[in-house]
Structures are given as structure tokens and as C-alpha cells.
Design a protein around this ligand. Structure first.
Ligand code: F0G
Length: 351
């Protein structure tokens, strides 16, 4: 039986007697040991935290279950969010489960097809905004300020509360925190939530050590790295196509307090890591998730030593989310044949 984030972590979450406890099976995701990338980067103990195994295929479900439970507790009937796709898929799923109206604001033309398919099928109302994620977030914040709807973006503190539970699981699975945690950065909520989780785990003495937080933005959307908002962010990793991250300051604090790094990776580096994860590790992640692995490869190639402690890369979302990017991967071992045994044997060199 899956217990879910609310039940499993209720003592560490803002859960009261009145909070409804329910689950779609979020949390308790696998921590898989690397076979190949570990060798490539010279790290004896590299693990991937497969947040893609959550019910809607991304880490967002951990925070969404808490945000939706609190919305219900507080009598809300409508949830709203801006999203590059995963938050909206998660909101749509948990909204459907709980009988809430869900309205999502997404940048027109920049949401991966699988994520849009999820929101459509879960029955959310979809507002396609003629602009980027930052425009969508600005609009939805204004709507939530003026009208009786519940904002379930990571500005809603319950979201980060739920997301911090991934750090708890890593500490529990490894028997302590890793030396380094590599994570993609978009709106900067998740790096903030992980750092909060590791700090709490440390205070509760579940771990003596704390990780260095290693965050990676896409180089075309690297506001934190460049120290200024990006007017027209651009990257193949549409999930992290964010020009003005809402949790910017908190991410910088996580970086500085942990002695970590926030750096950028190019689309080519992201696609190299994306393909390597699939072809060498058997892990199909979405491009934004590959940013954490791309960052690891970049730093290792730059001479960083990684063999004196455990390293975890967070795989934030599933490759199935973005089939259009997947089918562009080269080489593709795909050819067309007539339904004829001779032709097939001939092609396979078995004739
Ligand atoms: N990876 C994936 C797959 C994401 O969907 C996101 C963010 C991130 C990483 C970055 O996390 O924003 O907390 O720094 N997706 C948001 C969304 C923006 O709307 O789904 P972050």
C-alpha cells in the first residue's frame, strides 16, 4: 500500500486534524544507482532520484497534494496556477481527484505536448497565454490577489513543504545526506524546498552532514547566473524556460548557505545528458531533468573531484512528457519494411 506524502510525513508538514488526507501515490520514489554516468564523472556513488515516478510524472505532485489538501481545508473550490506544464498537469490531476475547478495559465506554444495532454484529459480549463511563463505567473498572481481562487504555484508555501519530503527520502535511503545534490533550476522552488528539507533533517539529527546544493539553469534562461531577469528566455528544456524565477533569493540563499553553485548548461549539453541517460542508464527523463546531469558532466570535465562522497542527481520529470523532443534524437534506429519475412531477414543480415 502506498501511504503518500500527507500520511507518511504528516508530523513534518502543516497538517492539522482538519486537513483531508488522500493520495494519488506520490512520493517514495526510487533512488537508483548509476551504472555508466558514475564512471564518466569519476564518482563511486552516484544516484538518480527518480521523481519522474510520481503519479503525473514529475516532482510537482509532492507539493501539489499538500497545497490541494490545504485549499480544501480552507474551503477553496478553485485552484489556479501558471506553469511551463508540469505544475499544471499536477494541479489538474489533484484538482480532478478532489472535485475542484482547476484553471491553468500556460505559455502558448511552449508547453510540451504530453503535459498539455495531461491537463486536457484531467479536465482543467486551459488559458493559453500569448507570452512566456513569467507573463502567465504575473497574470495568475493578480487574479489570485483579486478573486477567491487558490494559487497553487510554489509561491504557495504548502507546495515547498510537500516538495521538501524528497530530501527526507534521500537522507533516509542513504542513511544521511549526500555530499552533493545536483538539481535543475527554473522558477527556483525545488532547490529551495530541498535545502529546507535537508536543513530540517539535519535539525532532527537524521543526518550529520548537509549537501552542497548544485543548481543548473538553462543558459538561455539563466537569470540567477547572470544576475538579471532574462527578457526572452529560450531553451529546449521548456520546463525551465523561466526568465525571472519567483524563488530567486531563496535559491541564492540555498546555494550560499550550502557552499554550492548555481551554474548554467547549454541546450547541447542538456541534449547530450538527455541522450546519455536514456542510452547508457536506461532512464528516460525530460530535457529539463537532464540539466542536473549535464551540470554534473560539466563540472566533472572541468576538473571537480567527485569520488569522496555520495552524489545525487534529481530527475525531476519523465521523458514521456515531451515526445516531440524525444523523436528528434539522432541516430534513430528506425527503418520501414514491408510485412515480409524475407525482407526482414535480409535487412537483419540473417538471410
Ligand atoms: N524540472 C522540471 C521537469 C520542471 O517542470 C521544473 C519546473 C523544474 C525542473 C524546475 O523546478 O521551477 O522549482 O526550479 N517546472 C515549473 C512548472 C516551472 O510550471 O511546471 P523549479
Amino acid at each position: 500500500m502506498i501511504t503518500g506524502v500527507l500520511e507518511r510525513y504528516k508530523d513534518y508538514l502543516p497538517v492539522t486534524d482538519k486537513t483531508p488526507i488522500f493520495t494519488l501515490g506520490e512520493g517514495d520514489t526510487p533512488l537508483v544507482k548509476s551504472a555508466s554516468v558514475a564512471r564518466e564523472v569519476g564518482c563511486d556513488e552516484l544516484y538518480f532520484k527518480l521523481e519522474s515516478c510520481n503519479p503525473t510524472g514529475s516532482f510537482k505532485d509532492r507539493g501539489m497534494v499538500v497545497a490541494v489538501a490545504k485549499a480544501l481545508e480552507e474551503g477553496g473550490d478553485t485552484i489556479v496556477c501558471a506553469s511551463t506544464g508540469n505544475t499544471s498537469a499536477s494541479a489538474a490531476a489533484y484538482g480532478a481527484r478532489c472535485g475542484l475547478s482547476t484553471i491553468i495559465f500556460v505559455p502558448k506554444d511552449y508547453v510540451a505536448r504530453g503535459k498539455l495532454a495531461q491537463a486536457i484529459t484531467y479536465g482543467a480549463r486551459i488559458m493559453l497565454i500569448d507570452g512566456g511563463f513569467d507573463d502567465a505567473l504575473r497574470l495568475v498572481r493578480e487574479i489570485a490577489d483579486k478573486h477567491p481562487v487558490v494559487l497553487v504555484n510554489s509561491l504557495n508555501p504548502y507546495r515547498l513543504q510537500g516538495q521538501k519530503t524528497a530530501a527526507f527520502e534521500i537522507v533516509q535511503d542513504l542513511g544521511g545526506a549526500p555530499a552533493h545534490l545536483f538539481i535543475p533550476v527554473g522558477n527556483a522552488g525545488n532547490i529551495t524546498a530541498y535545502w529546507m528539507g535537508f536543513q530540517e533533517a539535519h535539525r532532527m539529527e537524521w543526518t550529520g552532514a548537509m549537501p552542497r546544493m548544485m543548481g543548473f539553469e538553462a543558459s538561455g534562461a539563466a537569470a540567477i547566473v547572470k544576475g538579471r531577469p532574462i527578457e526572452s528566455p529560450d531553451t529546449i528544456a521548456s520546463a525551465i524556460r523561466v526568465g525571472n524565477p519567483a524563488s530567486w533569493k531563496k535559491a541564492v540563499r540555498a546555494r550560499d548557505e550550502s557552499g554550492g553553485v548555481i551554474d548554467a548548461v547549454t541546450d547541447d549539453e542538456i541534449m547530450e545528458a538527455y541522450t546519455m541517460m536514456a542510452r547508457q542508464e536506461g532512464i528516460f527523463c525530460e530535457p529539463a531533468s537532464a540539466a542536473s546531469v549535464a551540470g554534473l558532466l560539466k563540472l566533472a570535465r572541468g576538473g571537480m573531484r567527485l569520488n569522496d562522497g555520495k552524489v545525487v542527481c534529481v530527475i525531476t520529470g519523465s521523458g514521456l512528457k515531451d515526445p516531440d523532443t524525444a523523436v528528434t534524437v539522432e541516430p534513430a534506429f528506425m527503418e520501414e519494411y514491408p510485412a515480409d519475412i524475407d525482407a526482414i531477414e535480409d535487412a537483419m543480415g540473417l538471410a
